[in-house]
Ligand binder design. Sequence first.
Ligand code: ZN
Length: 222
Amino acid sequence: MDMRIVVLGAPGAGKGTQARLLSTKYGAVHLSMGNLLRKEVSEQTEIGRAIRGTLNKGDMVDDAIVNMIIENQLQRYESVILDGYPRNLLQAQHLDNYLKEHPPELDVVFLMELPIESVIERLSGRRVCDRCSRTYHVQFYRLERCSCGGRLVQREDDNPETIRHRMEVYEAEIQPIKDFYQKLGLLYPINAEQSMEDTFADMCEVLDRIILPNHKRGVSAG
Ligand SMILES: [Zn+2]
């Protein structure tokens, strides 16, 4: 069955991991905006050349560009899990308008919630592979190299002061998006402080017990 899911959450909440798990279980394509942007850069497309500087500085890429990238993907795939998009209210509104004209619309928006202390603990122990971007946590992985052979490095912005600042930015951005999806009846908060397995189980429960049984696709009045 086709489904369109958005996974929202603070940095470090585990959006990418959960999106991958959902993608495997439900057969939907995982669209990670971070990966899509990096792919544009590595393939040196026109977009890639335009955004390389912005990405390297860690700044946000223009709404117009990320909107276009997502639209291209949505034309290709019916069942998708969006991770890292929408990033602000304008993007959420844009996506909503686009899907109204190009259904199916969203089925569910998961909001992975995690207190700031946990975000700091997770992110300051995070190491990223400089080759394949896979992430590890020093608490669970003590080797210096990724399974692909790449070197594990700490991202410059994964330190407590910058994390606090990023969280402030995140909170300011997420509130209007939350309100927007809440009004549409699509928002499902998920406790992301649990283990990866329990967090995933909560999401599956929402999908299996609430979303899929009420799947209106094909019978909607439109
Ligand atoms: Zn790697």
